[in-house]
Design a protein around this ligand. Sequence first.
Ligand SMILES: NC(=O)c1ccc[n+]([C@@H]2O[C@H](COP(=O)([O-])OP(=O)(O)OC[C@H]3O[C@@H](n4cnc5c(N)ncnc54)[C@H](OP(=O)(O)O)[C@@H]3O)[C@@H](O)[C@H]2O)c1
Length: 262
Amino acid sequence: MDLQIEGNTAVVTASSSGLGKASAKALAREGADVVINGRDEDRLEETRDELEEVGPGSVLAQQGDLTEKEDIEALIEATVDEFGGIDHLVTSAGGPPSGPFLETDDEDWYEAYDLLVMSVVRLAREAEPYLTESDHGTIVNITSRSVKEAIDSLVLSNSVRMSVIGLEKTLSKEFAPDVRANAVLPGPHETERIENLVNQAIDRGDYDSYEEGLADWANNPLERVGDPMELGNTVAFLSSPLSGYINGESILIDGGSTGANL
Ligand SMILES: NC(=O)c1ccc[n+]([C@@H]2O[C@H](COP(=O)([O-])OP(=O)(O)OC[C@H]3O[C@@H](n4cnc5c(N)ncnc54)[C@H](OP(=O)(O)O)[C@@H]3O)[C@@H](O)[C@H]2O)c1
């Protein structure tokens, strides 16, 4: 299926690894020019080299911290300087720390808000003129299945990410009809983050093998964790005109683990 996004420009944040990287890869494979972002310059350049091999488009690597307003402004400015506009914005970020409510302090809450919410606020604000100007402007926010069903020991994710959904729903109305906005809500996918958590649990003696540890994350009807490209492909589809009537939606990608009917 041709997603009809060849030659478009996509900005994907937090994309030197994981779900952001998989989304950038899926968009690049479809022929889009992609702009990737992350803090660690070496990792970002490695990812750029990898993505340059997957499609005919160009890849721009723009180092920056999503909690810094100036870095977000620089990301959008560098994109427009290089490609002349923006057609697709995909937002991902690092994850907030885990833990129960009584182990969080004010600083944890403000940091999680800056990383997960203010980054999306600022990205949407800066990118809006270019997305509106585009004939196919889209926003896809990568959040978590925690917005549908609170996850144990993840109070920051459970609470703060809800703001991104409120924002996404609002933008799907305020930026329409020029720009569509949707969100994807991942369950566990085998990214570097999950690999590290499993390896740490092995080091603590919780598991004998990586496979045993990973199986504990696969508590869903499909009995496996997701491949990041499965999420990336959905993000590319939501960015494409083939999904042109989907707007303001939040789509679970969790193998069916969330119990809610809707
Ligand atoms: N993987 C899953 O199963 C899963 C499930 C549900 C929700 N999520 C959520 O999805 C998001 C992405 O997770 P992931 O698994 O893709 O993580 P990951 O593999 O650890 O990748 C995180 C990416 O974000 C970048 N990053 C982190 N903090 C950043 C910052 N302040 N500014 C710019 N870039 C930053 C990292 O690069 P640098 O460190 O170099 O900056 C890296 O490229 C997280 O919010 C996570 O909580 C993931």
